[in-house]
Design a protein around this ligand. Structure first.
Ligand SMILES: [Mg+2]
Length: 420
């Protein structure tokens, strides 16, 4: 019998809010894994003194009372007067995230991080090591609860996309684990409404309006040529997904920070298709990477650019070594843009990363140029860095960040670059 792989997708429940609740024994002790409402009504929010602050994450109990992510704090307190509000502690969330990801990675042979609170894993099937995939997923879920007091749910299926879909069903399933074996995938998938197809975004409307599709089964019956005619390359992807097929591979290194380097990654609020929009975000990321390098007294000789395309349709990471180490954006940006132009195939961009590595001390690294007043450029950046550390990163920023594509202003109000 040929060995197959079962892919698992894990999603942490109300991650940031759960970390806060777990970190306080006053709340933590009475919680139960299977009973959501043993959590207090808690929200991680912007400044509670300003009622105009925004809800970044809410516990299941708070959500049940009507509190929602991105709601104004004043409104949240109106629907849930008992709401406990706490300020975000991003470093804590990241630390817990790293440890949970590590727990998953130690359990299964294949693993790939997907976001702060989601990851994929895979296990061979059939196998003696994992005789019962559902039982092994439940064990992992219980281990995460025992160690971190974080609830998660797990979808198991023959590929990543189906695992993500199975995970949605796990939400309503006692025990928090759902397995769609290969021969049952279509039976599970096809009755679901087309609006539940993960990764489609506004294309769900196209499928409903142009093709009259109500369910995923309806989508599977549309000839691929017609989908392609209306949705371009996406037509094929949609056709595959609706038929339970997804070719995306495992890449354990998607989020690896280059050893001894600086990097910064941003998930975008929508897919970016325009070069000029991507360039704005690249510069914002590069500015931050350079600032961190300067604070550490380091300069790097290699810059890298990474892109994740929309859905699970791929992306790339490429880096280039430059002649002189640098920590100044004006020197590194042209190389980044050249990498962008060379490797980007024009697909919608969902996330961008920039890295700087092959580091050395910047005092030894930055050679005096005959054509440029280097000490003056250095003083200029020192001044910018000082303003940022005192007044925040939006106190001085590039005019390009004011363009609609710019993310700095929005990001400075969020945690971790995305809503929790
Ligand atoms: Mg989650």
């Amino acid at each position: 019998m040929a060995i197959e792989w079962i892919v698992g997708h894990i999603d942490m429940q109300s991650f940031y809010a759960s970390v806060e609740i777990a970190s306080n024994s006053r709340w933590a002790d009475r919680r139960q894994l299977e009973v959501d409402h043993t959590d207090p009504p808690l929200a991680v929010t912007g400044d509670p003194k300003r009622r105009s602050g925004i809800v970044l994450a809410a516990s299941p109990t708070a959500k049940h009372a009507g509190v929602d992510t991105a709601m104004r704090l004043g409104e949240a307190l109106k629907v849930c007067p008992r709401l406990i509000t706490v300020r975000p502690r991003m470093q804590l969330y990241l630390d817990v995230s790293v440890r949970i990801h590590e727990t998953v990675r130690m359990t299964f042979p294949l693993y790939e991080p997907f976001s702060v609170d989601e990851c994929f894993f895979a296990l061979p099937w059939p196998s003696e090591l994992f005789p019962d995939p559902v039982a092994v997923a439940r064990e992992l879920r219980e281990r995460i609860w025992d160690q971190f007091r974080i609830r998660c749910r797990i979808g198991l299926a023959p590929n990543k996309w189906c695992a993500k879909m199975a995970n949605k069903r796990a939400k309503k399933t006692p025990g928090g684990v759902v397995w769609w074996p290969k021969d049952r995938v279509l039976d599970e998938l096809h009755p679901l409404p087309v609006t539940e197809m993960w990764g489609l975004r506004r294309r769900a409307e196209v499928l409903q309006e142009r093709f009259g599709c109500q369910t995923i089964g309806d989508v599977a019956r549309v000839p691929v040529g017609r989908l392609r005619a209306v949705c371009g390359v996406w037509g094929e992807v949609i056709h595959r997904w609706a038929n339970g097929i997804d070719y995306s591979d495992f890449n354990p290194d998607t989020m690896r920070v280059p050893h001894q380097g600086f990097s910064n990654r941003m998930t975008l609020p929508r897919d970016y298709y325009e070069r000029r929009d991507v360039m704005v975000v690249l510069l914002e990321l590069l500015d931050e990477v350079c600032e961190r390098a300067r604070r550490a007294g380091q300069a790097g000789r290699r810059v890298g650019i990474g892109m994740t395309y929309e859905g699970l349709t791929g992306g790339f990471y490429r880096a280039k070594t430059i002649p002189q180490p640098s920590n100044r954006p004006e020197e590194l940006y042209p190389t980044l843009v050249a990498l962008l132009d060379r490797h980007w195939d024009g697909s919608g961009v969902r996330a961008v990363s920039v890295s700087l590595d092959m580091l050395m001390q910047d005092t030894t690294a930055i050679q005096l140029s005959l054509l440029e007043d280097v000490p003056r450029r250095k003083r200029y950046w020192q001044a910018v860095d000082a303003v940022h550390s005192r007044f925040g990163e939006t106190a001085v920023m590039r005019a390009s960040s004011l363009l609609p594509a710019g993310q700095i202003r929005e990001r400075s109000q969020k945690i971790g670059g995305h809503w929790a």
